[in-house]
Design a protein around this ligand. Structure first.
Ligand code: IMP
Length: 209
């Protein structure tokens, strides 16, 4: 991180102790808690503190992760971690991107969201490429307003029809480069070792512990 004068600033370290996980998704909280337990961190979910979910008004993944983490740190008086993630399809100009969850509608129908992605690519014509990537931004905020952010990505290809039922969201239509199976067909441990979230976490762990 650099300051207003372009000077490199040291990344703030995270002391062991309580950390709010600023997510209302129980699966995400469990996954993050398991990862951080190794570092003497005592995770507390935002839900258990009754913290509100802020509107994701940022224009980048990092901005959204930062606003969620900063609000949780401010309201709880504890350091807080938040993430924001999504699928970016090159032929669609990066869509669904920040709107990945919203494309599934109120019923969280990812069959519908995946169809929308595929129809969008087809509408671009036979020359449209199938390149895509998942992004995960992680932000760690302290009650004094300090924030550190990290971003990971994994590149791959959009496939149709979708394959596999092991993952969630857009996993069945995403085949990472170097593999002949989709994220939906991959064992969760294998996916977690090489996903956008794994890359973002590896950066965070290296920087703040
Ligand atoms: P968030 O909870 O605002 O970060 O929403 C992220 C959305 O992006 C999720 O609802 C999923 O649709 C999609 N997404 C993010 N990461 C993944 C992944 O690893 N596999 C499949 N879909 C994902």
């Amino acid at each position: 991180m650099s300051d207003d004068f372009g000077q490199e600033q040291a990344i703030r370290k995270l002391a062991s102790g309580k950390l709010v996980i600023a997510s209302h998704n129980a699966g995400k909280v469990r996954e993050i808690a398991a990862l951080l337990g190794l570092y003497g961190i005592e995770p507390i979910s935002a839900g258990s503190l009754d913290l509100p979910e802020p509107e994701e008004t940022g224009t980048t993944f990092i901005a959204n992760a930062e606003l969620k983490a900063m609000q949780a740190a401010d309201l709880s008086g504890l350091p807080a971690l938040a993430d924001d993630s999504g699928l970016c399809v090159e032929a669609l100009g990066g869509d669904p991107g920040l709107f990945s969850a919203r494309w599934a509608g109120p019923d969280k129908d990812f069959g519908l969201a995946m169809k929308k992605v595929w129809d969008g690519i087809e509408a671009k014509g036979p020359e449209a490429g199938h390149d895509a990537h998942f992004v995960c931004a992680l932000a760690l905020a302290w009650p004094d307003g300090h924030v550190e952010a990290f971003e990971g990505r994994v590149d791959g290809t959009i496939i149709w029809p979708p394959r596999g039922d092991k993952g969630f969201g857009y996993d069945p239509m995403f085949q990472p480069h170097g593999y002949d199976i989709s994220f939906g067909e991959m064992d969760p441990d294998a996916k977690h070792a090489m996903s956008h979230r794994a890359h973002a976490f590896a950066q965070l762990v290296k920087a703040v512990f």
